[in-house]
Design a protein around this ligand. Structure first.
Ligand code: ZN
Length: 291
C-alpha cells in the first residue's frame, strides 16, 4: 500500500504539476485567447533563401520566375480522391521549367520545387529580388458544379472583370489567411510607391503576355468561354514586372482533371506556355525593353 502511495507521489503528482504549469503558461502567454496555442508561421518579412537560377550562364538572358501555387499545409483546391491543387501546380510548374530549359534561351527560377508553403508576398518577393522579367503563377480552379471547366489566364486589376474573377481571386488570396491576417491591405503601401504610368504599362504588358498564352495554347488548352480575366490577386499585386496567373483547368471537372494529371498533357501545356514566354520576351527585346 505504502509502495503504491509512493508510486502515485512519484509519478502522478509531478505530472499534475506539469499540466498545471502548462495551463498557466498558456493562459498567461495568450491572455486574450485562453489556451489557444499559436504557431509561428512564416510571414512576408522573414528572410527567404532565393531559389537557384537555371539555364544559360549569361546573366543578360531574360529570367522567368515560375510560381507553383499553394504547397505545404496549404493544399489549394481539392478534386476527386487525393487530387490536390498544390501537387497539380507543382507538376505543371516543373514541366514548364523543363520546356524552357530545353529551349535554352531564357533563365528560369521556381518559387518552390517541393511541397512547401510560401506566403503570397514571398512568391512575389523572390521574383523582385531576382529581378525577373516575367512572373507566371500556376493554379488549378475548382467549382461546386462538375461541369465548370476550362483554363483562364488572369492579369492584375484592382477590380475584377466580373464576379467570377473576383471569387477566384478571393479564393487564391486566402492562402495567406492561415496566419489570421489577410495581407491584402499591405499591398496598398507598395502600390502607392509605384508610379501610375509604369503600373499601367506593366498591366498592358501582362495583358499582351496573356494574349500570347491564349493564342499559343489553342488546340492543347481547353479554354474557358471567357479565358482572359482581371482580378485583384495578392500574388501579382506587389510585382512591378509583367505577371499572369494561369488557372490551368478545374480539378473539380472530371475531363479537366484527367488532363491535369496526365504527364503527356502537362508536357504539351508546358511547351505551349514556353512558346508564349519566348515570343513575349523576344518582342520585348526587339522593342528595346531591357530584359
Ligand atoms: Zn490556387
Amino acid at each position: 500500500m505504502l509502495r503504491r502511495v509512493g508510486i502515485i507521489a512519484g509519478f502522478v503528482l509531478p505530472l499534475a504539476a506539469l499540466l498545471l504549469w502548462g495551463y498557466f503558461v498558456l493562459r498567461i502567454g495568450n491572455p486574450g485567447d485562453g489556451y489557444v496555442l499559436r504557431l509561428a508561421l512564416p510571414d512576408g518579412s522573414r528572410g527567404i533563401g532565393l531559389p537557384p537560377v537555371e539555364g544559360p550562364a549569361d546573366a543578360s538572358r531574360p529570367l522567368v520566375v515560375i510560381d507553383a501555387g499553394h504547397g505545404g499545409h496549404d493544399p489549394g483546391a481539392s478534386g476527386e480522391g487525393t487530387l490536390r491543387e498544390k501537387n497539380v501546380t507543382l507538376a505543371l510548374a516543373k514541366a514548364l521549367r523543363e520546356a524552357l530549359l530545353a529551349d535554352g534561351r531564357v533563365r528560369v527560377a521556381m518559387t518552390r520545387d517541393s511541397d512547401r508553403f510560401l506566403v503570397l508576398e514571398e512568391r512575389a518577393g523572390i521574383a523582385r529580388q531576382l529581378k525577373a522579367d516575367l512572373f507566371v503563377s500556376i493554379h488549378a480552379d475548382a467549382a461546386e458544379t462538375p461541369d465548370a471547366h476550362g483554363a483562364t489566364v488572369y492579369t492584375l486589376s484592382d477590380r475584377g472583370s466580373d464576379a467570377v474573377a473576383d471569387l477566384v481571386a478571393q479564393r487564391e488570396n486566402r492562402a495567406d489567411d492561415v496566419n489570421g491576417v489577410a495581407l491584402g491591405g499591405k499591398s496598398n503601401a507598395v502600390a502607392t510607391i509605384l508610379v501610375d504610368l509604369s503600373r499601367r504599362e506593366m498591366r498592358e504588358r501582362s495583358q499582351r503576355f496573356s494574349d500570347l498564352v491564349v493564342r499559343e495554347g489553342q488546340g492543347v488548352f481547353t479554354f474557358h468561354a471567357n479565358p482572359q480575366r482581371q482580378a485583384a490577386f495578392v500574388v501579382l499585386k506587389s510585382l512591378d514586372l509583367p505577371s499572369v496567373l494561369v488557372e490551368a483547368g478545374y480539378i473539380s471537372s472530371p475531363d479537366d482533371a484527367r488532363r491535369l494529371i496526365d504527364p503527356a498533357w502537362r508536357k504539351q501545356f508546358a511547351v505551349r506556355v514556353a512558346q508564349a514566354v519566348e515570343i513575349f520576351l523576344a518582342r520585348q527585346e526587339a522593342a528595346g525593353i531591357a530584359p
